[in-house]
Design a protein around this ligand. Structure first.
Ligand SMILES: [Mn+2]
Length: 494
């Protein structure tokens, strides 16, 4: 093929699509292994190889591939490099890889380059030519490709984030926004980002808008002395750089104005709407892990960043709570991250967080729940009346379940416009989640599982009742009757 045709090929291929997440230079066996993984992860990518037959074979497998000599500067110049997450330089020729890297870094200095080393001796030359990461084939081929790619991506992201933090002007202040009503995972991830920023001399503060509702989270913040600042949108201009952790869209699960631009996004939830709305200088959203704390732990590991035992404790607790003790949305990375943190974390502190001292309101609600309990066989029902904080209900229910002879507990209370219910059961023949769903699903939102359940019922028609005592009485009767009828207990039988 002559040079003219080769250039036409280069232009004809990518014109089909404007943007690729990855570009693979060299479509041999390693290139193909990476391509398969990228395809499985539904990433957009383009393969460049100078061998005509190989390109044809790749296209037969539905990969987007074009012919081009990767050691030629012109080939690199014509590639759609803008906005790519990374470029793999994988040919089997060391000199072609070095040339490709040099051209790549001259036409697109910001491109993240991962280059194949034939042996570890040549790795230094590849670094000198501009490689950000060296892939050493035996380890890639030997290990499962998925974990390898996950590792490569995390390593790439860790370095990109660090590079970004370093590039910020020293005087700029970073505001790290954890979501409204922050949970331990978001706070721990925010703490990690703060430590990373401070390690390169950048000031950072962890910010939140909503209240910290759950008692264990308050214990977590106090015991680990997490520096958190509650702010309002009016205070946002104090920060030059904004980061979102554990959420990914301004205005969604955080009180940022939806039009507000953010600079950093780190999350493990998929964006709800089109991904185009999620834009920042640095974005790392990976829904294949169970916690944002896992992502931050991997960053810390990749960067060989020394962390305090406080941060290790926080991250471990974040992973454990977000994966519900590794029972929900858990991946192998969550477990290896937790294992990494375990030795550094303070176990005593974790134990204290899990058994926090009780707030006055919880104590009041528990007192009320005990005083107003009604027992029907092994069922205990308690109406605690008006409440401010609905998080007090599950805690009261947990305590009441400890009562001798009681297997199932229902505690409920009222806020301005809703009735909140919390149920617990240790009766293995009963699925309390299903029971609550059957009893209240048609008049409110209800759900749960074998041992715990919750429901919220809009006050609706009861709202018209002005007399509080009457309202309480009616609600109490209605809820109790429905619950007992569903579990099959008739009132006043004992
Ligand atoms: Mn989370």
């Amino acid at each position: 093929m002559n040079r003219m045709e080769e250039q036409e090929e280069v232009q004809a291929g990518p014109s089909k699509r404007q943007h690729y997440s990855y570009i693979i230079l060299g479509g041999g066996s390693i290139g193909l292994a990476i391509a398969r993984e990228l395809a499985r992860l539904k990433k957009e990518f383009l393969i460049v190889d100078r061998d005509h037959a190989r390109v044809e074979a790749l296209r037969d497998q539905d990969y987007e591939a074009i012919e081009g000599d990767i050691s030629n500067g012109k080939t690199l110049k014509e590639l759609p490099l803008a906005g790519t997450e990374g470029v793999f330089v994988l040919s089997s020729s060391f000199s072609a890889n070095v040339k490709a890297l040099k051209h790549l870094k001259s036409v697109s200095p910001k491109s993240f380059a991962m280059a194949r080393a034939i042996d570890l001796v040549t790795a230094d030359d590849l670094y000198a030519a501009g490689a950000d990461i060296i892939l050493h084939p035996p380890s890639i081929v030997a290990e499962e490709a998925l974990t390898e790619l996950q590792k490569i991506e995390l390593r790439g992201a860790a370095w990109q984030l660090m590079t970004y933090l370093k590039s910020l002007d020293p005087g700029r202040k970073i505001g790290i926004i954890v979501h409204d009503n922050p949970d331990p995972d978001s706070i721990a991830a925010g703490m990690a980002l703060k430590e990373m920023a401070e390690s390169v001399g950048k000031a950072a503060e962890i910010l939140y808008f909503g209240p910290i509702g759950h008692q264990e989270t308050r214990a977590f913040v106090n015991l680990l002395s997490v520096p958190l600042r509650q702010i309002t949108t009016a205070q946002l201009p104090e920060y030059d750089v904004l980061a979102l952790v554990d959420c990914n869209t301004p205005g969604r699960n955080n009180s940022l104005p939806p039009s507000k631009a953010v600079n950093i996004i780190i999350d493990h939830h998929m964006p709800q709407e089109d991904a185009a709305a999620v834009a920042a200088d640095f974005v790392d959203i990976r829904s294949d892990v169970g916690a944002s704390s896992t992502i931050m732990t991997r960053y810390v590991q990749e960067l060989d960043f020394e962390i305090s035992s406080n941060l290790a404790t926080a991250l471990l607790y974040g992973i454990r709570t977000d994966t519900n003790e590794f029972k929900r949305n858990t991946s192998a990375v969550d477990l290896t991250s937790a294992a990494f943190l375990y030795g550094m974390a303070e176990q005593d502190l974790l134990a204290q967080i899990e058994t926090p001292s009780m707030s006055l309101e919880t104590m009041d609600v528990l007192g009320e729940a005990i005083r107003r309990k009604k027992i029907e066989g092994s069922y205990l029902i308690s109406d605690v009346g008006f409440i401010h904080d609905r998080d007090t209900l599950p805690q009261a229910a947990d305590h009441l379940l400890k009562l001798e002879g009681i297997n199932t507990v229902l505690v409920f209370g009222m806020t301005e416009d809703k009735i909140h219910l919390s149920a617990r059961s240790k009766d293995i023949r009963l699925n309390i989640g299903e029971m609550i769903q059957r009893a209240f699903g048609d008049i409110g939102s209800a759900g749960g599982h074998q041992r715990m359940a919750a429901a919220q019922i809009p006050l609706g028609i009861f709202m018209g009742i002005k007399d509080k005592a009457t309202l309480l009485k009616l609600v109490d009767e209605a809820i109790t009757r429905r619950f007992l009828a569903t579990v099959g207990v008739e009132e006043e039988t004992e």
